[in-house]
Design a protein around this ligand. Sequence first.
Ligand SMILES: C[S@@+](CC[C@H](N)C(=O)[O-])C[C@H]1O[C@@H](n2cnc3c(N)ncnc32)[C@H](O)[C@@H]1O
Length: 266
Amino acid sequence: MSGNRNHFSLQSLRLLRTRVLWFLRNYNSIRFNSTLFQDVHGPPVYNTDGLATSNNADFISEPRFAHAYELAKKTKPWPGFTLMWRVYTCCWFAELASGLEGDFVECGVNTGAYARAIIDYTDFESLNKTFHLLDTYSGLDERFVSETEKASGILGYTYRNTYDEVVKTFRGFRVNIVKGAIPETLGKCRPELVCYLSVDMNNTLPEISALEYFWPKIVKKGIVLLDDYGFPGHEEQKKAFDTFAKKYKETIFSMPTGQGLIIKRS
Ligand SMILES: C[S@@+](CC[C@H](N)C(=O)[O-])C[C@H]1O[C@@H](n2cnc3c(N)ncnc32)[C@H](O)[C@@H]1O
């Protein structure tokens, strides 16, 4: 027994020596973002849409969310739609807002993936609210895209015509589908109050116009989700959102999903 223990200790010491020497040799090349650290907290359980983490993501398979997400996917935004954490954020905050007065609004709908998930997750039909869905339903309107945004390749985003699909997806639900370019169509959307506003158009001018238009209608503690807030290549939008927030004495919570969140103070 004792011989074995000595043998074990010698082996442990050799291993320790190897590790110390390895550490000293590699010390200078170790970086915070080194792949060496990728599973310090365990293996990644989420690694898509610009976000990799080993933190718990059980919500993905929780039946209520899984069902809502399946419906979002069925709208077919694009093949391999893996925005689970972003859709979860929308669903969770829409539900939080559902207890407040006012309607839901989304500017930038495409196939309606977020809105479809929210309608399911929040049991929207029981809420006595309208979901206003604003989009060109045919992609960005070049007239409102800035030179900086053009230079960063934003016009490369392509969208199919989704109007007929959206009408079909939301048939039977209390929605107000507003077709056309923001800011031109904003006046056609007149909810008295808004408790949830999602802004997701990938370009600055329409997004800021929508924020300015709906802001006075947003109730206290109302939710504003800025889908492109931390998106690489969308720095102009972030700057404009930060200026907007400052103007209204609000702060934007920056999420690891890239989304920004405002909870209206008053
Ligand atoms: C990233 S997609 C929105 C995705 C959507 N939130 C979802 O649930 O999947 C961006 C959308 O913004 C729309 N859009 C871009 N510029 C617009 C503008 N000036 N007015 C209205 N819609 C616009 C595009 O047509 C596109 O459908």
